[in-house]
Design a binder for this molecule. Structure first.
Ligand code: FE2
Length: 420
């Protein structure tokens, strides 16, 4: 007897049953004969490990329109609106919004989330609230918090001390924002400071790096150099790196070699990058996104995040991770059969590497954290932005969704090629 059996799940090219016992994946095989406390018919749906949000700001989420909507759509109007909204930030406000978003995400199978928390605030209102949220949701969502110096580490009064204090309070990851420091020199120094803090406190690094269309913004090379020097590569993540999309090819090709040597991780945020970048161009307008396809082709680990969900920088979003994956297919020209599937991996397996997760994946012995997606494979999941129909956390079903059903002139249409 198992605690739970998912029957007829699609795993790779096979249709298999998954038996769960004591919250763990006990067996994966065709036709498990024993019974279970609960049995669920997957009907050939794709089974996947949980989706992962590798870059979001839970302290700003769900504030779009407060106190006003971003009319120009630019990063800078977003910053002005946020500085107004920030004045009435409270613990309760952050806890309520962050929890709501995490609930939306868990309902769609997102059980691991890396959030940035603005620590250029001597009160640490956002960080302290997110630390509380992290504890509160621990039973169903795993949250990592990055100490993020939104207004600069060396250009903001006592920025380094604030970072240090944030890590002592419990932030999991060291952030940075070198392209927003007042000078190139301060930016370079800030990257080195992030590495110093990470080594001192034994934490991973995730830096907002070169989030601009400025082809002269070259802090990624500093990150690579520091990662090579310290040997920290696999614990280091460069988020955004949108300027890489604007670098001259001669420089970009040289840089790619150093990046491969460094072994660092990348997070692109296709929905927000394509929305916020290119705003100062007339035509042709740049896509303003890092070289996702080329990084992936060179064997570097790339994952995808939202960045913003209904806040001053981006008014849309539900938290479902197939949306950024779908946008990556378009904005990064990832349209071949293999490339579309790779975009699914960028919101699951690759993101697990970025977050340093252990025991992740649909394999015997791992925690029974599973999602069923209403599609036969990863490719089709992205094509139809398919619903997540079932989510289990440690073997308990925590979310169920009935996919929409359409009838045309009395007959069901399921949008699959060759349907009857
Ligand atoms: Fe961000």
């Amino acid at each position: 007897m198992y605690q739970l059996i998912l029957r007829g799940t699609r795993l790779g090219d096979e249709v298999l049953d998954i038996g769960v016992q004591d919250g763990t994946i006990a067996r994966i095989s065709a036709g498990i004969e024993e019974g279970a406390g609960r049995e669920i018919e997957a009907q050939g749906r794709l089974v996947s490990p949980p989706f992962i949000e590798s870059h979001v700001h839970l302290d700003t989420t769900l504030t779009a329109g407060e106190p006003r909507w971003n009319e120009s759509g630019t990063l800078f109007e977003g910053i002005r609106i946020w500085s107004e909204r920030k004045k009435r930030l409270t613990r309760e406000d952050v806890i309520a919004r962050a929890t709501q978003l995490l609930r939306w995400q868990a309902a769609q199978g997102v059980l691991h989330v890396r959030t940035h928390a603005d620590v250029t605030d001597p009160e640490f209102t956002g960080l302290k609230a997110l630390l509380e949220v992290k504890e509160k949701v621990r039973g169903w969502a795993d949250v990592q918090i990055v100490a993020f110096p939104q207004e600069g580490m060396l250009s903001f009064p006592k920025g380094v001390e604030l970072m240090e204090e944030a890590l002592k309070l419990g932030a999991d990851v060291v952030g940075g924002i070198p392209h927003y420091e007042h000078t190139r020199e301060l930016g370079v120094e800030s990257v080195k400071e992030s590495f110093r803090l990470a080594e001192k406190h034994d934490r991973p690094i995730d830096i907002h790096c070169d989030e601009t269309d400025d082809p002269e913004s070259r802090f990624l090379e500093v990150m690579a150099a520091e990662a090579i020097r310290t040997g920290m590569g696999e614990r280091v993540t460069a988020s955004h790196t949108t300027a890489f999309g604007s670098y001259d090819n001669a420089y970009a090709f040289k840089l790619m070699g150093f990046l491969v040597k460094s072994g660092i991780n990348f997070v692109a945020n296709p929905l927000i990058n394509i929305t916020l970048q290119g705003r100062y161009d007339t035509y042709p307008k740049r896509r303003g996104i890092t070289r996702v396809k080329e990084l992936w082709q060179n064997g570097l680990n790339v994952s995808l995040g939202y960045d913003d969900i209904m806040d001053p920088w981006y008014p849309l979003g539900t938290g479902g991770m197939l949306q950024p994956a779908h946008m990556a297919v378009h904005a990064c020209h990832m349209t071949s059969r293999k490339e579309v599937t790779a975009c699914f991996d960028m919101v699951t397996e690759n993101a697990a590497r970025t977050l340093g997760l252990k025991a992740y994946g649909v394999a015997e012995g791992n925690p029974a954290n599973l999602v069923l997606v209403d599609a036969p494979d990863r490719w089709d999941a992205i094509r139809r932005l398919a619903a997540t129909t079932l989510v289990t956390k440690d073997g308990e079903v925590i979310s169920e969704t009935s996919p929409a059903q359409t009838r045309l002139m009395g007959e069901i249409v399921d949008f699959r090629r060759g349907e009857e």
